[in-house]
Write a protein that binds this ligand. Structure first.
Ligand code: ATP
Length: 242
């Protein structure tokens, strides 16, 4: 489907038991875009990404990827179609090396596709020289910033069409946050489309093309990121006075 957005989410609702965490949310990501979803704690941002990845069942609504409905397909099927999620927890294998963690990210390619693995590994190392230096080190011993780089690198090993990032800057020092956002910009230049969930609205709006504001499970505002960054309501609630 040539003109369809890369990702189209229509009226998506997700509940935990009786509690609805996401209510009729709609959004799109065009190929090549960085789209950010900002909002306070508990707004439903992680829930949205988990539902898109197929980790959580949806109560209502549709998700289309490259023009095709994802329906109730599971995580593996979605990875195979080119979706990847870097969760807030980063979910690394602590007792495995950096390199082995990265190799796991290529699991959607055939086991014997070793030249492809090798090439993907070299690309990730080019993006994150720090990971190359530490390729034999156990993931458990990495710093917070290095862990985030490893989680990002592992997602990239699968060559995703849409990379979904859940609060990549969470818990990181300002200098490291800057590095992470620089990498996000670099990925976009390489043609990776990105759906970025952030509480750091300032940095997210700076890097994104378009933005959605999620509050109490609902999309309450949307528009070009630069416009939202100037909107008095956004400035007051999310950016503060600086
Ligand atoms: P944060 O930035 O704090 O992670 P968020 O915007 O990602 O916030 P979610 O984690 O998606 O928000 O949570 C949305 C709502 O769903 C919250 O009210 C939360 O308490 C609730 N929720 C999340 N996970 C569960 C769960 N496993 N069981 C029950 N309720 C949950």
């Amino acid at each position: 489907v040539a003109d369809a957005p890369l990702l189209a989410v229509h009226d998506l609702s997700v509940a935990y038991g009786k509690i609805e965490a996401l209510t009729q949310a709609s959004l799109t990501v065009q190929a090549g875009e960085i789209v950010t979803v900002i909002g306070p704690n508990g707004a439903g941002k992680s829930t949205l990404l988990a539902a898109l990845m197929g980790v959580l069942p949806t109560r209502q609504g549709q998700i289309q990827f490259q023009g095709e409905a994802l329906g109730d397909s599971g995580v593996n099927a979605r990875v195979a179609r080119g979706l990847a999620l870097v969760p807030e927890t980063r979910a690394l294998f602590a007792s495995m090396s950096v390199e082995d963690n990265l190799r796991l990210g290529a699991f959607r390619f055939r086991r014997d596709a070793s030249s492809l693995h090798q090439q993907a590994l070299q690309e990730v190392f080019a993006l994150f020289p720090r990971l190359q230096e530490r390729r034999s080190q156990l993931a458990a011993t990495l710093s917070g910033g290095e862990r985030q780089m490893l989680a990002l690198g592992r997602a990239l090993m699968g060559r995703p069409r849409l990379l979904m990032l859940d609060e990549p800057s969470l818990g990181l020092a300002p200098l490291i946050v800057r590095d992470i956002f620089r990498i996000i910009e670099q990925l976009r230049r390489q043609g990776v489309s990105i759906l970025l969930v952030e509480q750091n609205a300032r940095a997210a709006l700076k890097v994104a093309d378009r933005a959605y504001v999620l509050e109490l499970g609902r999309v309450v505002m949307q528009g070009p990121a630069a416009e939202l960054a100037d909107d008095p309501r956004i400035v007051e609630t999310y950016l503060g006075l600086h």
